[in-house]
Design a protein around this ligand. Structure first.
Ligand SMILES: [Zn+2]
Length: 685
């Protein structure tokens, strides 16, 4: 379910997986139950791997693991997230006892979690908890006071009209600058406001009804509530019309518009930006990146043309529709009914502890993460990971050197970039200092707002200081990995360095197929259609000879067409352009991980390479890859994914990549013309 929070990071982060934002299937205990990851019995051997490798690799798992009622997507990632959160829960329960001997961090995470779990206090406070925020809106007497109010909302995480962030200057990666970007919508994407198919029309109708009920829950009479819901929808629809679409926003040049405050002011004179920036502590003459100037221009036109009362209704809507976890049950359930049930097809709300673990991890990730790392991440893992990363980098180096379509000068630049990639594995060297964040027992909502403000302040404090490449964008327990173009680094959180991605006891082929491909995926992101536009220093600068750029585009066009053809239940197509970067990373990652494995196995005797469970090393490699993606999902969640997520659904991540790779067909003895041996195979890297 989508619990809206201010995301201060608006830059491109190329992660490896899909996240549905929800937690996991209920498991009664909080012990660490490390189930086997890789499992030959998870296969469905009635399926021919040459016809449908995904269902061959995952068929039995898929039958045995239907989507639980409290999730909309359930896969191997979710299983692992469950396990990681069980570890966190154990820590949080221990630290939630008000023991005076707790460390400062233990007090924060323990009291945060305890307050979140304390439903009776939350119930008792009722909507009064949000009254100070609503009173700020009620007190708005003129539009001139809007910048002050918006500055406050930007700090506490209310997503209204636009977002504020801090990012490295795309063209001077040594500088941290403020960024203004489009925002203010309650539906997942701008296209949700304009699509005219029956399902989309129905979702909009239900969204308005949801808004109506929410206004009523906050005290409006039914007639006012209905009118207010219409006003909120009208303003969001106007914002959506001016917003840039997801495919365009993947192009780093389309979201780079550096300007001075004067230029921003000239773009939208009706909104006093100097006042807004001054309120958040940005004085002097800062330059900003205005991601979508057209959107900012339209926001100001909208503010001019909308009467103050309607603006207040919209702001009120944005405030009451967030923070449901910390509000009374009837509000929490109403929000779930729309965002969980209607949008994602999730049948039940998750158990509260899972949502509170998640919330604590979101707000205090590096405090709660220290205990996680101590329990789940030994030093020996880091060493083997580093060896694999080095092997993968060597494989990509050979791949680039041998590429038939790239000229020598561009190859030299590409290799220079590859050699400058830095690796971060597991967790931060220096943990975040939370000492200025106050966590008060019994004040769940206040803790959340203060956490948002702490994070906003932490981001804004970066401006004018040297970039810190040691910083992590996700908490250590997160089951994910990412490549970060402005820093040219790859990052693997301790959370993903667990079965089935990484299994210390298992053979190299399986590990290279699983975590090895994840490493290859992140490395390849440095050279996908987005990543390739950044140089070795993380600057947005074209280092490609024109003919090589053209050859690259021809190859990625092949992938766009291939993935455009995939459809999910209901007939909705994957968006080949939206998912291009991820698909390129999957395909490249699979190839270079395979090459690295072959290199690693080259010195092994045939005795060492003998089949295990009747599967050759090559087959185990591909199965290791296929099995990390075993995933069940509701029809609604799949639809939402193809409409909004840059990652293709799991099935196509597997079958798309293996059917492009000739070594897969060889490993399983497939014949030309079979579905997993694509006649017009695509290859970029
Ligand atoms: Zn990725």
């Amino acid at each position: 379910m989508q619990v809206s929070k201010l995301t201060m990071l608006s830059m491109i982060v190329a992660g490896v997986l899909i996240t549905d934002g929800t937690l996991a299937v209920s498991q009664q205990d909080s012990t660490i139950n490390l189930k086997d990851g890789f499992d030959v019995n998870a296969r469905d051997t009635n399926v021919d791997p040459c016809i449908d490798f995904y269902h061959y690799a995952c068929g039995t798992w898929l039958k045995q693991n239907p989507v639980p009622p409290d999730r909309s997507i359930y896969g191997r990632f979710s299983e692992l997230t469950d396990r990681n959160h069980a570890i966190l829960r154990d820590t949080l329960e221990k630290t939630s006892a008000p023991d005076p001997g707790r460390t400062a961090n233990q007090q924060k995470i323990g009291d945060y979690y305890a307050s979140c779990m304390d439903e009776s206090t939350i119930e008792k406070k009722g909507t009064a908890a949000l009254q100070p925020e609503l009173a700020r809106i009620d007190g708005l007497e003129t539009k001139d006071a809007l910048p002050t109010l918006m500055a406050h909302f930007s700090m506490v995480g209310t997503n209204a009209f636009f977002g504020l962030g801090v990012q490295q200057d795309a063209k001077d990666s040594t500088q941290e600058i403020a960024a203004i970007y489009q925002g203010g919508l309650g539906l997942p994407d701008r296209d949700f406001y304009s699509r005219d198919d029956g399902k989309s029309v129905e979702i909009r109708k239900q969204y308005v009804q949801h808004a109506e009920r929410m206004f009523e829950l906050f005290g409006d009479n039914p007639k006012d509530a209905a009118a207010h819901a219409q006003i909120a929808m009208r303003i969001e629809t106007a914002l959506a019309k001016s917003a840039l679409d997801r495919v365009a926003r993947r192009d780093p040049n389309k979201v780079y518009h550096k300007m001075t405050v004067e230029e921003l002011q000239a773009l939208s004179p009706a909104f006093n930006w100097r006042n807004f920036l001054g309120q958040i502590g940005l004085t002097g003459t800062p330059t900003l990146n205005v991601s979508e100037p057209e959107f900012v221009r339209e926001v100001q036109a909208l503010i001019v043309s909308t009467n103050l009362d309607d603006i207040k209704v919209y702001l009120r809507w944005r405030v009451i529709s967030t923070q449901a976890l910390f509000l009374p049950k009837n509000i929490d359930e109403e929000v779930f009914d729309f965002y969980g049930k209607v949008l994602a097809g999730q049948q039940e709300q998750q158990p509260r502890w899972k949502r509170c673990v998640n919330s604590t991890d979101n707000d205090l990730g590096e405090a709660v993460g220290q205990a996680f790392v101590a329990r789940a991440f030994g030093g020996e893992k880091k060493e083997r990971m580093l060896r694999m990363v080095n092997a993968l980098e060597k494989a990509l180096e050979r791949d680039i050197t041998d590429l038939p379509w790239m000229t020598k000068p561009t190859k030299e630049q590409a290799l220079r970039k590859l050699h400058k990639i830095t690796n971060k594995i597991g967790y931060p060297d220096n943990w975040r200092d939370y000492s200025t964040l106050q966590i008060v027992r019994g004040d769940a909502l206040g803790n959340s707002l203060r956490s948002n403000e702490f994070e906003a302040r932490r981001q804004l404090n970066k401006i004018g200081k040297p970039v810190d490449p040691a910083e992590w964008l996700y908490s250590p327990s997160t089951v994910n990995a990412y490549y970060y173009p402005p820093q040219n680094n790859i990052n693997f959180m301790a959370g993903i360095l667990q079965p089935p991605f990484y299994e210390q006891e298992l053979d190299d082929p399986v590990n290279f197929g699983a975590i090895g491909v994840v490493i290859g995926h992140e490395l390849t992101h440095g050279f996908d259609d987005q990543g390739r536009q950044y140089d070795a220093e993380g600057n947005l600068r074209d280092w490609w000879a024109p003919e090589d750029g053209k050859a690259f585009k021809e190859r990625t066009d092949c992938e766009v067409q291939e993935y455009d053809d995939f459809t999910v239940a209901g007939g909705e197509h994957v968006n080949g352009k939206l998912t291009l970067g991820e698909n390129t990373a999957d395909n490249g990652g699979l190839r270079i991980a395979y090459a690295a494995l072959m290199e690693a196995l080259a010195n092994e005797s045939s005795e060492e390479r003998k089949p295990i469970d009747g599967l050759t090393s090559e087959q185990r490699f591909f199965l290791g890859y296929g099995q990390i993606w075993c995933t069940n999902a509701t029809a609604e969640a799949l639809r939402l994914q193809v409409q909004t997520n840059p990652h293709s659904p799991s099935e196509f991540r597997v079958n798309g990549a293996v059917s492009n790779f000739e070594e897969f067909g060889k490993a399983f003895g497939c014949k030309a013309g079979q579905p997993m041996v694509r006649a017009n195979a695509c290859r970029v890297w």
